[in-house]
Design a protein around this ligand. Structure first.
Ligand code: NAD
Length: 423
């Protein structure tokens, strides 16, 4: 499978990447006859269904929705829920695939899943949003559960949607089970620190990489593509570390400030206006030019396939911290590796979110809640330990951090899969 063209089906790209690294760990030679390559590159179960919702004006609208349960060899399925026009079945398969690899890289006891509704969610009213989300939960009432499959926020969804899902599930089953979703508000069983966890984890990885390569973050500049839950919190922690975040974008456009954007103020502006665009004290920038800024650190935190063979030559950053899932296509990744750009891969870099989701699930099961300091300390421990393991293996094999992360994940999942037997 070649990835010669710029953008392609993310599921095929995910399979291509996996197979390349499965060969590096000699998966077939180690486990002959067990067909692991196929078992680990195809989902256990893909559910695709039509969702019909009555709009406020009485009209009925239909959407295509899905949930992909990719692999549960190491624990219950776990993965976000995306409400976005790109929420197709193949996107879901790719995202669920990366999810089980990610939970293995940070060694938390989950598999991987992902769900989506292909919808332009922003165009719906609040009541329509609630009906759509609850309908999704009703259809999947017997497929999700704290010991089966646990949804969480992703693009377009957040605490509000997780609460609606928990509520729909409670109405059907007649009992509370907070652990059926993570990313809930703290007031109803969410975890301290979950909201910012993915961005926090991204910056923990950047700090480790900086320490390892003798970089003083106070002397660095950064650009962030996608100023949503992940991008804005990553920008905030970089800002706190003294890094100058000079550019930031969202789907509507981008802003630039040579002296560094005032990130807390930019967050305030975005919360009020819904976009980074129009932020006082910053220049306007073309949306996609954010990727091509001459900065030390680039954080792609929007969608898949941002860095491709079409634009990789224009990328000037020395370090790329993948906040988004699948932002770099395999051939762009190769080009970056040949230029010695340090890429902290998604399956490691953005694992902070699912790690604090794991803490939330543990707290829900015990109904005993941690302080923000405990969450932060445990997240730091897990992220720095995972970074250390990946980095050490990369040095041993003289390979990229992505290859090292995949080697670790593939070995952990293959071992669990084989131990479970084949009957
Ligand atoms: P979000 O919906 O909160 O934010 C997405 C942001 O990207 C928005 O600001 C949107 O305007 C922007 N965007 C969309 N298209 C863009 C484009 N072409 N150029 C620039 N900006 C664009 O979503 P999120 O939860 O922050 O997720 C972002 C990425 O991080 C996704 O790839 C997601 O799968 C991944 N991720 C999220 C989490 C999590 O906990 N939310 C965890 C791990 C990975």
């Amino acid at each position: 499978m070649s990835s010669g063209n710029g953008k392609r089906n993310p599921y095929l790209l995910a399979q291509e990447t996996f197979l390349r690294y499965a060969e590096a760990v000699k998966l077939n030679d180690r486990y002959p006859g067990l067909n692991l390559e196929q078992r680990l590159t195809t989902p256990d179960r893909s559910i695709e269904f039509r969702l019909s919702v009555t709009c406020d004006n009485g009209a009925i609208k239909s959407f295509t929705a899905s949930r992909v349960q990719f692999n549960d060899d190491r624990g219950p399925y776990k993965g976000g829920l995306r409400f976005h026009p790109t929420g197709t079945l193949d996107h879901c398969k790719a995202l669920a695939f990366w999810m089980y690899l990610k939970t293995a890289v940070v060694d938390i006891p989950f598999g991987g899943a992902k769900g989506a509704i292909a919808v332009d969610y922003d165009t719906l009213s609040l009541n329509e949003k609630e009906r759509l989300t609850k309908r999704y939960a009703v259809i999947l009432r017997n497929d999700i559960g704290h010991d089966k499959d646990i949804p969480a926020p992703d693009v377009g969804t957040g605490e509000r949607e997780m609460t609606w899902i928990m509520d729909a599930w409670r109405m059907i089953h007649g009992k509370y089970d907070r652990g059926i979703v993570t990313g809930k508000p703290v007031s109803i069983g969410g975890s301290q620190g979950r909201r910012a966890a993915t961005g926090r984890g991204v910056v923990f990885c950047i700090e480790e990489a900086a320490r390892e390569h003798g970089i003083d973050l106070k002397k660095t500049t950064a650009a962030v593509q996608g100023f949503g839950k992940v991008g804005a919190s990553a920008a905030e922690f970089l800002f706190e570390d003294g890094c100058k975040v000079v550019a930031a974008s969202d789907v509507h456009g981008a802003v630039y400030c040579k002296q560094g954007l005032d990130i807390p103020k930019l967050i305030e502006h975005t919360e009020k206006s819904g976009s980074v665009v129009g932020f006082a004290g910053a220049e306007k920038l073309d949306r996609d030019a954010v990727l091509e800024q001459d900065v030390d650190i680039l954080v792609p935190a929007a969608l898949e396939n941002s860095i491709t063979s079409d634009n990789v030559k224009s990328i000037k950053a020395r370090m790329i911290a993948e906040g988004a899932n699948g932002p770099t296509t395999p051939n762009a990744d190769e080009a970056l590796a040949s230029r010695k750009v340090l890429v902290i891969p998604d399956v490691l870099c953005n694992a902070g979110g699912v790690t604090v989701s794991y803490f939330e699930w543990v707290q829900n099961r015990q109904e005993f809640y941690w302080t923000a300091e405990q969450v932060d300390k445990e997240l730091h421990r897990i992220m720095t330990s995972a970074y250390g393991q990946v980095s050490a293996l990369a040095k041993k094999h003289k390979c990229t951090l992505r290859e090292a992360a995949y080697r670790i994940a593939i070995e952990r999942v293959a071992e669990a899969c084989v131990r479970r037997g084949s009957q």
